[in-house]
Ligand binder design. Structure first.
Ligand SMILES: NC(=O)c1ccc[n+]([C@@H]2O[C@H](COP(=O)([O-])OP(=O)(O)OC[C@H]3O[C@@H](n4cnc5c(N)ncnc54)[C@H](O)[C@@H]3O)[C@@H](O)[C@H]2O)c1
Length: 260
């Protein structure tokens, strides 16, 4: 996907991970200035070492802490004066387990990161983008990285599915609130993709890695995982000016999984 982000300021949470680091590289290649955050400060620093000087600001921290959300937005504004696009991508997935065996602590942790973490940045991004729209007519675009587990049930991943359904709910509701205020808000809903998150899931299964992966993708009509490049290709298009009429959408990128 070729898209032009020259001069645009793009914020990415969970920037050091599988989708996040690929997004940082691809948006940078498309000309964007980047505002990157992740709780893994070392991985964030390593990523920045491979990006163009002067076009990146970083703010490490835990996204479940409101102070991190506040600091990231402030760093973006201090560095570049505005934020045009926000990819709210930080998230966690617990090991596979039945709902009846899921400790409340796991449920709480997943909701804290995936829902509260998204909420903390979203509300500040919306406020800033609406302000930008009132000032110069250019608001912004928000893309929440949910999951196909935010659209359909996900056996053995109930806590995760509940959190991603909540992210879709935040997306749709806020999109309606901001539709006339210069902010487009959508969610991207991928199925399993080849990233450290899925590597960890495969490792936690009681099967050889190939067998475990085959079981994970058995319900995907295309019969395979997505690549990070495919997921980021969708991000580039969804957030682009070419896609200016899409808001409140939860876009499945799932090899056909949710079609059945
Ligand atoms: N990989 C998949 O198959 C898949 C499928 C659908 C949706 N997703 C979603 O995509 C997003 C990115 O996933 P990924 O596969 O790149 O995972 P990943 O584990 O490779 O990366 C996630 C990144 O988020 C960061 N992070 C986690 N918790 C954080 C916190 N509390 N504060 C700040 N940073 C935090 C991690 O340090 C990591 O760098 C997640 O929201 C995930 O739920 C992934």
């Amino acid at each position: 996907m070729s898209a032009d982000y020259a001069g645009r300021v793009v914020l990415i949470t969970g920037a050091a991970g599988g989708f996040g680091s690929e997004a940082a590289r691809c948006f940078s290649k498309a000309g964007a200035k980047l505002v990157l955050t992740d709780r893994d400060a070392d991985a964030l620093a390593a990523l920045v070492g491979n990006l163009p000087d002067g076009a990146v600001v970083t703010q490490a921290g835990d996204i479940t802490d409101e102070a991190t959300a506040e600091a990231v937005i402030a760093a973006g504004v201090a560095g570049f004066g505005r934020i045009d696009v926000a990819i709210n991508n930080a998230g966690i997935a617990p090991d596979l387990m039945r709902l009846s065996e899921t400790p409340a602590q796991v449920m709480e942790q997943v909701m804290q990161v995936n829902v509260l973490g998204t909420f903390h940045v979203m509300r500040r991004e919306i406020a800033l983008m609406q302000e930008q729209f009132a000032r110069d007519g250019c608001g912004g675009v928000i893309l929440n990285v949910a999951s196909v587990a935010g659209l359909v049930g996900a056996p053995m991943l109930a806590a995760y599915a509940a959190s991603k359904h909540a992210v879709v709910g935040l997306t749709r509701s806020a999109a309606i609130e901001t539709a006339k205020r210069g902010v487009r808000i959508n969610a991207l809903c991928p199925s399993f993709a080849a990233t450290p998150m899925v590597d960890a899931m495969v490792e936690s299964m009681q099967h050889a890695p190939d067998e475990a992966l085959a079981r994970l993708v058995s319900a995907v009509p295309m019969g395979r995982t997505a690549t990070a490049e495919e997921v980021v290709g969708a991000m580039l298009w969804i957030c682009s000016d070419a896609n200016s009429f899409m808001t409140g959408n939860a876009v499945a990128l799932d090899g056909g999984l949710s079609a059945g």
